[in-house]
Design a protein around this ligand. Structure first.
Ligand SMILES: [Zn+2]
Length: 109
């Protein structure tokens, strides 16, 4: 990395990635929730079919669908959130922090 502090000119600059971390976490939680809701809706539909096919198949299908839905939702939500946060870091937040003088600044400065 070749970024200088605009205040003191030091090369001791670190990235904070606050937006990336925050948005990634929110994305994981939101994605898991959305995935779980989708799986719950699917399970409800499956319940009507499961009445005919038997209680064991119904239980396994419901559990598997819910867990899988939550996992897929969490993964895609986390990736989306991290990408969004990366953009926020680059454009909105002061993503760089000078270890020399404590000055925080963004890429455009
Ligand atoms: Zn500095």
């Amino acid at each position: 990395m070749n970024i200088h502090c605009p205040a003191c000119g030091s090369k001791q600059v670190i990235t904070r990635n606050l937006g990336k971390k925050t948005a990634g976490t929110i994305g994981i939680a939101g994605g898991a929730y959305a995935g779980f809701i989708g799986a719950a809706n699917g399970a409800r539909t499956g319940a009507h079919i499961g009445v005919v096919s038997g209680p064991v198949g119904l239980t396994l299908g419901t559990l598997g669908g819910s867990i899988l839905g939550a996992l897929i939702g969490a993964t895609s939500g986390g990736v989306t959130g991290a990408k969004l946060g990366e953009r926020i870091d680059k454009t909105v937040l002061d993503n760089f922090h000078c270890k020399q003088c404590g000055h925080s600044f963004s890429e455009s400065e």
